[in-house]
Design a protein. Structure first.
Length: 129
């Protein structure tokens, strides 16, 4: 990891990738939330609690993240297996795969905060205008 410049590059690139991931997920969930803002207003007008609406938005972001994780991990595991035949092996241990899953779920839940803040400020009466 530290014997070549590649390991240090990966360690520098990882936080950048995490930041980009949070921004992309936040923008995607925010766009989806704004598309359906009237539906969230309807839910609030019908008496849905903020907690319920929070869970809807968080579930949307986590499901999206899990789909992306599954696709990305399938590609990563395939590349890892192919690299074993070459001169430089890419090793993905199961604890690392599990840690990345937890990080993905936390990243998606955290990124949905922007949308949650927007939805909590809507006026349920806007549905009737």
């Amino acid at each position: 990891m530290f014997g070549t410049g590649a390991g240090v590059t990966v360690l520098i690139g990882a936080p950048l990738g995490l930041l980009v991931g949070v921004v992309v997920v936040a923008q995607t969930i925010y766009a989806s939330t704004m598309e359906h803002i009237r539906e969230y207003g309807t839910l609030k007008a019908m008496g849905a609690s903020n907690g319920y609406i929070y869970m809807v938005i968080i579930k949307q972001s986590v499901v999206s993240g899990l789909i992306g994780y599954a696709v990305g991990m399938a590609i990563s595991l395939t590349v890892s297996q192919m690299s074993l035949k070459g001169t430089t092996a890419i090793i993905l241990s199961w604890p690392l795969v599990a840690a990345l899953l937890c990080l993905t779920v936390l990243m998606c839940a955290g990124a949905s905060i922007v949308s949650i803040n927007r939805v909590t400020r809507i006026d349920p009466a806007m549905v009737f205008k």
